[in-house]
Design a protein around this ligand. Structure first.
Ligand SMILES: C[S@@+](CC[C@H](N)C(=O)[O-])C[C@H]1O[C@@H](n2cnc3c(N)ncnc32)[C@H](O)[C@@H]1O
Length: 232
């Protein structure tokens, strides 16, 4: 069974309760979105966009930005399209079925690489996540940013909690790798890129912003708050 079939099988029924159920344990997604600095006219790709939960929030915040999403699962994308149909966000969000290691800006008819690429709780579902990150760097413009949020190593939490969490995630084909931060650091060193990374909620989750070619600390944008009715 290939990755697309596996994901369709996994999300066939879960997609109907996905947004509601994941709200409580995919921590740090809003923090990641809040920290992104997207300029008018830029492009954002989310790899493994699922039900387009993150893309919808970005579309609200950045009405002049073109947003793109790929996902291995056609069924998740069907749910995303159903959700977007008839909304103000529909025209700014383009969705395609595809795999992390193969997507290109050409798939969306774009001539230039993306300005931002988001990996939100998807690296832990990709067996070759290192390859997916390196591929993303190829389809990111110089100066562009990769934004990553995922499960971390839970090292400050009780061992029993970590054991139960990992067992439970395993049932959903989610396998967080504690090497992600180290790999990102080595990648940034090797490519002379810049990395901002932090742990959240007792190392439950990891959040990283990786800039190809350097990040400026002095530009901290004022961003509108996302309203309550989009808090799913
Ligand atoms: C846990 S969900 C996260 C969805 C969304 N990013 C969010 O934060 O709500 C992971 C998604 O990644 C997709 N996925 C898993 N492996 C993938 C791959 N190799 N390429 C593209 N998408 C993948 C799954 O189908 C699923 O929709």
């Amino acid at each position: 069974m290939d990755a697309a079939q596996q994901m369709d099988r996994q999300y066939r029924y879960q997609r109907y309760v996905y947004d509601l159920s994941r709200k409580y344990y995919l921590l740090g997604r809003d923090a990641l979105l809040n920290e992104m600095d997207v300029q008018p006219g830029e492009t954002v790709l989310e790899i493994g966009c699922g039900t387009a939960r993150n893309l919808t929030k970005l579309a609200y915040r950045y009405p002049s930005v073109k947003l793109y999403g790929i996902d291995a699962s056609r069924m998740m994308l069907d749910t995303a399209r159903d959700k977007l149909r008839g909304t103000l966000y529909e025209r700014n969000i383009t969705l395609r079925q595809g795999l992390a290691g193969q997507v290109s800006h050409h798939d969306f008819g774009l001539e230039k690489p993306f300005d931002h690429i988001v990996f939100s709780y998807v690296l832990s579902m990709i067996p070759g996540w290192q390859g997916a990150l390196e591929h993303a760097l190829h389809i990111l413009k110089p100066g562009g940013c990769l934004h990553v949020v995922d499960f971390s190593d839970q090292q400050t939490m009780p061992p029993w909690f970590r054991r139960v969490l990992l067992q439970w995630l395993d049932w959903f084909h989610v396998h967080p790798d504690p090497d992600v931060p180290c790999y990102l650091e080595q990648l940034a060193d090797r490519e002379r890129d810049q990395l901002r990374m932090r742990q959240l909620a007792g190392r439950y989750a990891l959040l990283a912003h990786y800039q190809k070619g350097g990040i400026s600390d002095d530009h901290q944008p004022e961003l509108p708050q996302i309203p309550q009715y989009l808090d799913f």
